[in-house]
Design a protein around this ligand. Sequence first.
Ligand code: FAD
Length: 412
Amino acid sequence: MTQYVIIGDGISGSSAAETLREEDPDAKITVITDEGEPLYNRILIKEHAKGKLPEAPISIHEEEWYEDRNIELSLNTYVTSVDTDAKVVNTHESGEIPYDKLLVATGGTPTQLPVENSDADGIHHFWTFQDARGIREHAERSDTGVIVGAGLLGIDFAAVCGAQGIDANYLMRGDRWWRYALSSDGAEIMHEGMREVGVEPVFDSGVDRFEVDDEGHVTAAVDPNGDRFECDFAGVAIGLNFNTEFLRGAGIEQDNGIVVDEYMQTNVDDVYAAGDLTRFYDVLLGEQGQNGSWGSAKEQGRVAAVNMAADEEAEAFQWVSSYSITHFDFPFLSFGHPTLGDEHAERRYSDTEWRRIAFKDGRIVGGVLIGDLSPQSKFKQLMREQRIVADQADVLLEQTVDLDDLAAPQEQ
Ligand SMILES: Cc1cc2nc3c(=O)[nH]c(=O)nc-3n(C[C@H](O)[C@H](O)[C@H](O)COP(=O)(O)OP(=O)(O)OC[C@H]3O[C@@H](n4cnc5c(N)ncnc54)[C@H](O)[C@@H]3O)c2cc1C
């Protein structure tokens, strides 16, 4: 009987456990998580923090779900090390857990700002359900806020401040939100969305230090220009540190993430990785890629499990991810790798409609859609087909995209 151990009960670990049980009905499957609750919908915790969604619908699995599938779930259990020669996982209290095949699916932890008082009371980071409960409780009684981190998670803090009636300043380092994926035209639509919910974007800013009161509670952020922004609530979302410290000495190759091939295999036999923390071989991109999104993590967990159970390279991970934001009156969606590419095409259609497509070697590798998401499935299809279309960007930028208007694919 094969023994599978999965570290992490996020969406990648949990979907791997589900697939392993389907693929290998007799196996022993153990899922270990340091959180106190089984899988929940991490993308919905922001709605809880906004005060818009109660707890119950956010939970995905009860403990019975694991019992019903004969999957052993260890809650509140922190993995401290892995011995890949002896094939055992060590935890902080329950001793050694042997494995035949191991999946590392431990995601990341938000990075703290390396500035004075960055751990003060009232400064929040956002990753777990517990974080969301704390953010909601504090946001409900706060009047002024500061947000740091001009990316996809930072904007959730902006939405929380907006929904909770906090008068907030969003301090950004450059001249716009998510400058690696958006031009000024696209970003301006997002800035307007922020202003409409009461959050003011502040450019060429950031945080030099936080000020605190006698009780150690944050009172202000001071930016590198010396400008002072009063706040009793602060949200910091400047990136993730991947949770891999327990792999020290295990011989697993890392390069800002665990390096895996398209089968989710690491360089060490019988050790796989899935989810946010992988640097995986992206067959569509033709190089190593990284992705922090729910759908991608779920699919990586499933593909890893298929390969673990098959004992061979049975299925490659091939996926076009997407990430949507629904905080404003207009929808927003990024897909693929919008920050990569060697060529870009974009157009603004109205005050709330904009589109940008990123190409690499003539093929679509990602993009951002604001206002009108209707071309999404067509762009994803072209990505999957790896069609060379950069020379026909005008067709892709038409308000209504008709793939029949593209020239027939060339022999490539
Ligand atoms: C507020 C918020 C909003 C988001 N919104 C979106 C969105 O709109 N769309 C989208 O696609 N994605 C969104 N994401 C990202 C998405 O949630 C992640 O990409 C996804 O959850 C990653 O899943 P994962 O399984 O790789 O890792 P995680 O969900 O991080 O799970 C890893 C688990 O491993 C546990 N763990 C870590 N170290 C150890 C250890 N040593 N021992 C035991 N357990 C350990 C962690 O506690 C955690 O439970 C959002 C994320 C957040 C935080």
